[in-house]
Design a protein around this ligand. Sequence first.
Ligand code: GRF
Length: 217
Amino acid sequence: MARLRVGVLVSGNGSNLQTLIDLCAAPDFPAEIALVVSNKPGVLSLERAARAGIATRVIPHGDFPDRPAFDQAIDAALRAAGVEFICLAGFMRVLSPQFVERWHDRIINIHPSLLPSFKGLHTHAQALAAGVRLHGCTVHFVRPRLDDGPILVQAAVPVLADDDEHSLAARVLKAEHQAYPLALTLIAQGRVRVEGDRALIDGRAVDAAACLMNPQI
Ligand code: GRF
């Protein structure tokens, strides 16, 4: 069985990366992580990858004159490793439109809100300020516009009365750890197709399999 070769781009802690590493550890899982690229040296993500025997590259964005040059280096590293599909997992750089188009429908991201609500940073503070009752995370295909693109999986969690940014972030992160492996499983099983601005699962635009309600570990 040829396994889908996945590249993961990271910048930090890598708890989402860890869930993907654990998922791909099963020998019969139809995807494998071929390369982990970090724009920051010394981050825990790199240690997690190394511990799992996964190849890593550090490509510091500060070493390049501009965004396209940095993206070109990432693209080259991914291609050299035979990567076919990219997962962004806490990657804190905005990718150039050229890069995103080159990987069109072959790159997904996890964002800590129920998109299209609360794009950008400080999503948990945004959710608390808006007074929403449900918050969560979204795995979506990447488009040139930030935090935009066909939605693949969403996981919702409640906002509780005594929540602060920290407690809400922790609840959402737990949901992320369910949502991202589910998304990669659907992709690796070849069940996902993108049509325009919709991600179809088994040919359907709406699928309960991609909707997680308050998932608990
Ligand atoms: C997650 O909340 C993810 O949604 C966001 O950055 C955070 C990364 O966490 N894009 P980790 O590095 O996976 O632990």
